[in-house]
Design a protein around this ligand. Structure first.
Ligand code: ZN
Length: 251
């Protein structure tokens, strides 16, 4: 497919991992932009389940949301395994997930989000996209210094200068709690998008699918599963944002 010819600011490239957060970002972008493409990275993740989830979620969005389907363009997967090898951590090696002496979880890959956006901007330039959308969030979990908006503001400026294109790094989840991310999915796509998020997105650091739970699949014990489960429970308790009936995996 050829790059878009949409006017400035109408095409977005979404960093899309197949997780809950990037799925909410994809829906948010499909709701807002005229054209949306997705980008994933193979950086040597231990778990192929994450890469499979990307395609499943895209397929289910195409099936379930005709208006969004018309806007959804190509998917791109970039191999950055050399970066993963450089930044060896618990995500890319068989090591236990623990807190390091720097106060960061051992799942932290230094500079990973910076690398994602540099690759993303190079691709976006070729694809005629100006908005780079990512699911970074500093509300629930601020241990990752490259998730901070301050970091991304600096990177946005570097990309604008370095590539001479007015890129915008857009982070719709930056100030949201995990409960609010569930609420956002519901607001954008109702029970259907919540169901896709529960059934098909993958967040677990350990790459486990495990038993089905109300909030989806995963080991239930790693930090990512705990955040996801806590967010789900908080959202379900919140009367303002809670869904009606017919939700798969209802508590
Ligand atoms: Zn887990």
């Amino acid at each position: 497919m050829t790059p878009t010819s949409e006017p400035f600011g109408q095409t977005a490239l979404v960093l899309f991992s197949g997780g809950q957060d990037s799925t909410a970002c994809l829906a948010w972008a499909l709701d807002r932009y005229a054209r949306v493409e997705t980008l994933g990275f193979d950086y040597g993740q231990r778990h192929a389940v994450e890469l499979e989830a990307r395609l499943t979620v895209r397929d289910r969005i195409v099936e379930g949301f005709p208006a969004w389907s018309a806007k959804l363009g190509d998917d791109h997967l970039i191999d950055i395994r050399s970066f993963g090898a450089l930044a060896a951590s618990a995500l890319t090696e068989e090591r236990a997930i623990a807190m390091t002496e720097r106060g960061l979880p051992s799942t932290f890959v230094p500079g990973r989000n910076l690398a994602f956006f540099v690759y993303g901007a190079a691709l976006a330039d070729r694809r005629g996209a100006d908005a780079l959308v990512g699911g970074m969030c500093e509300t629930d979990y601020s241990g990752y210094p490259d998730c901070r908006r301050e970091t991304l503001d600096a990177l946005q400026q570097a990309l604008r200068l370095g590539m001479e294109r007015p890129f915008e790094i857009v982070t719709p989840l930056m100030r949201l709690t995990k409960a609010e991310t569930w609420a956002l999915a519901y607001a954008l796509g109702g029970d259907r998008l919540v169901d896709i998020t529960v059934q098909d997105t993958h967040t677990c650091y350990r790459g486990e699918r495990g038993e089905p739970r109300a909030w989806g699949y995963g080991c239930g014990a790693c930090p990512a599963c705990e955040l996801r489960a806590r967010g789900w429970e908080a959202w379900r308790r919140s009367p303002a944002d809670a869904p009606g009936t017919g939700l798969t995996g209802e508590l």
